[in-house]
Design a protein around this ligand. Structure first.
Ligand code: NDP
Length: 286
């Protein structure tokens, strides 16, 4: 029997509908949620991501502003741009598309975004609050995965979640969010010897590696829930995940496809975080 598909496109659309309703309520009160997206340079993948984010904002009635800056912009000038956005009343969320050119310190840039407008959830303040389980903007990809699990009725408490990958934007926060929902969490990474010995124990396996079709049936326990965060190109330049879908199909109980799994959830949670920022602003100004 085939594995059940966790359909991120459908779940994402359902959540976007409710986010659009929240936008309507805010607009009736005279406030249009606004997202500023900063794009430095001409990276084609970044341009596509940014265009998708803008399109998605507009589709649900939000305001979005793209700020395109040249590849050779100085770090100082970029920080100044962010400070201006921090002060703007029509902008509720600020996103700096990564990666940035090598001469710019990403940490300094992210730390300059006001925590009230850090809708990507990457700043030290947001990460610290997340670690403490305090209310904050959660990083969009792991947050989206949590929503996928929730909407699919997958139990987390007491389950063993194994994360492959420990990046700041996916792997690390993913483990934290699962831990907060009472999973037992194991992190694995490139220095983990005998990876299948760990992944085979997973009730919930999260693949965030960035290597095409890396996770195969030898990594999976019968009945595991497999979440594929990867977005890669295979040898035929076809979009694929970190999981070899055909190989694990029928062994996993549930699986996310690529495309149409985690991907649509990331932008959905960005929209939700930005609307949340606008809602907070309204409450604060009352
Ligand atoms: P990074 O390159 O930052 O991190 C990759 C992680 O995988 C690292 O922790 C690395 O370990 C680990 N790793 C690499 N090789 C192995 C190996 N052989 N065995 C075990 N672990 C290994 O990537 P990201 O976290 O940013 O992204 C991961 C994937 O998710 C990419 O395909 C990316 O495109 C995709 N992505 C998708 C998003 C979405 O919206 N769906 C959003 C963000 C990312 P170490 O730390 O030791 O180097």
């Amino acid at each position: 029997m085939s594995s059940a598909i966790i359909n991120g496109k459908e779940i994402g659309q359902e959540i976007r509908k409710s986010v659009a309703e929240r936008v309507e309520v805010l607009k009736e009160k005279g406030l249009t949620p606004g997202l500023a997206v900063i794009l430095v340079g001409d990276n084609p993948a970044s341009k596509t991501y940014v265009a998708n984010k803008q399109k998605s904002c507009e589709a649900i009635g939000m305001f979005s502003e793209l700020i395109k800056l040249p590849e050779d912009i100085s770090e100082q000038a970029l920080l100044e741009q962010i400070r201006e956005l921090n002060d703007r009343v029509d902008i509720h969320g600020i996103l700096v598309q990564l990666p940035l050119p090598k001469h710019i310190n990403e940490d300094a840039v992210i730390a300059t975004i006001s925590p009230e407008k850090d809708v990507d959830g990457f700043s030290p303040v947001s990460v610290g609050k997340m670690m403490l389980g305090q209310e904050t903007y959660l990083p969009c990809t792991p947050y989206g995965v949590m929503k996928l699990l929730e909407h699919s009725g997958i139990e987390i408490a007491g389950k063993h979640a194994v994360i492959v990958g420990r990046s700041h934007i996916v792997g690390k926060p993913m483990g934290q969010l699962l831990l907060q929902k009472d999973a037992t969490v194991t992190y694995t990474h490139s220095k983990t010897p005998n990876l299948p010995a760990y992944t085979k124990q997973a009730d919930i396996l999260i693949a965030a590696v960035g290597r095409p079709n890396f996770i195969t049936k030898e990594h999976i326990k019968d009945g595991a829930v497999v979440i594929d965060v990867g977005i890669n190109r295979d040898e035929h330049d076809k979009l694929c995940g970190d999981v070899d879908f055909a190989d694990v199909d029928g062994i996993a109980s549930h699986i996310t496809p690529v495309p149409g799994g985690v991907g649509p959830m990331t932008i959905t949670m960005l929209l939700s975080n930005t609307v949340q920022a606008a809602e907070k602003k309204l409450l604060h100004d009352k």
